[in-house]
Write a protein that binds this ligand. Structure first.
Ligand code: KG4
Ligand code: ZN
Length: 342
């Protein structure tokens, strides 16, 4: 079954063709970084406008790269939330128009489910039941995944998401946007132990996260250093900050693994591209005897291959549900929980 995935939840216009939820035939991502970087973050209205310009050419490229025609597509999957409503509407409306014209079913994909299903595109996909850490710009969530579409929330952030902390600290350091990859690169030249930033573990065994205190600690450090006229070792700040985030993410994820007794772990979302996090997770999961599914970095940040994979599995679970009446009624949602995919 050939699935065309469309993803426009934030600032990437993406389309992909995936076969049977597993084999990526094409994966096209058009980034809008140049549109937003002057503003230091994503400007929703500009994102919507750029999606309108890019969405059809990106779909054409995805079909061409996959060597298929539109008529060969069996199923469509488009992200419906959570995300920027105007941005989501561009992808969803395009998908509805195509599905209607082709007389093919359309699945509305929860973006968090999309990220989790990126793990199924790994060479060694996770096995049920597994724990999933979703670390992106908007989310830092731990889920227990018992089967396709059966997600149980184990913990989440009380304030900033990990990716948001990376982006805000990068701004404080004057690095630009998006901050995650820039801090990742700078951290390689610094020392993790140079500055002791706080690790908010929140009473021992808790699976909740908090990153706003860490961001404040970095700000306070920078202000004090400036006041004292100290030289600012930016690579050390980046490395020490990153180590604090990674320590908390790894510790809580491994606590969730221990507590649930699963043997399989998936780590997904933009922050899963972080080299420090990947290294530490590989070590921790090997020590715990747990198999780790962490997608290649291009599948960690927003893409449509993951949306196609999620759409495939959701469709397979209940094909009769996806009637024209059902999907014509789909709407974009700024927030959309992931307890179940419906
Ligand atoms: O999953 P994603 O592409 O979009 C959302 O759904 O939010 O995640 C984007 C986030 C941004 O905050 C970005 O700074 C972060 O992922 N990110 C990284 C890295 N690459 C992207 N954070 C740390 N290290 C990276 N290498
Ligand atoms: Zn995302």
């Amino acid at each position: 079954m050939l699935v065309l995935g469309i993803e426009t939840s934030c600032d990437e216009t993406a389309a992909a063709v995936v076969e049977d939820g597993r084999a990526i035939r094409s994966n096209i991502i058009s980034s809008q970084v140049e549109v937003h970087e002057a503003f230091g973050g994503v400007v929703p209205e500009l994102a919507s406008r750029a999606h309108i310009v890019n969405v059809s050419p990106v779909i054409d490229q995805a079909l061409e790269a996959a060597g298929v025609r539109l008529e060969d597509i069996d199923l469509l999957g488009a992200t419906i939330g959570p995300g920027l409503v105007g941005a989501l509407l561009v992808g969803l409306s395009t998908a509805k128009a195509l599905a209607f014209a082709l007389d093919k079913p359309l699945v509305g994909v929860n973006h968090l489910a999309g990220h989790i299903y990126s793990a199924f595109l790994c060479d060694a996909p996770p096995r049920f039941p597994f724990v999933a850490l979703v670390v992106s710009g908007g989310h830092t969530d731990l889920y227990g995944v018992e089967g396709h579409g059966r997600f149980q929330t184990l913990g989440r952030t009380r304030d900033d998401a990990a990716g948001e902390a990376f982006d805000k600290v990068a701004k404080l350091l004057g690095l630009g946007y998006p901050g995650g990859p820039l801090i990742d690169r700078l951290a390689r030249q610094g020392s993790e132990d140079a500055i002791e930033f706080p690790r908010a573990m929140l009473d021992g065994d808790s699976l909740e996260f908090s990153f706003s205190g860490l961001k404040t600690a970095v700000r306070t450090y920078l202000i004090r250093a400036e006041k004292n006229g100290d030289a600012l070792p930016l690579p050390d700040v980046a490395a020490s900050f990153q180590a604090a985030v990674v320590d908390v993410l790894v510790a809580k994820t491994m606590t969730a693994v221990r507590r649930t007794g699963v043997r399989s772990l998936a780590v997904v979302g933009g922050v899963a591209a972080n080299s420090g996090l990947r290294r530490r997770l590989e070590k921790a999961s090997a020590q715990a005897g747990v198999s780790l599914a962490i997608p290649p970095p291009i599948l960690c940040t927003d893409n449509a291959a993951m949306s196609a994979a999620a759409a495939y599995h959701r469709y397979q679970a209940a094909p009769h549900r996806f009637t024209t009446d059902h999907w014509l009624d789909l709407d974009a949602k700024a927030s959309l929980p992931l307890e179940s995919w419906g």
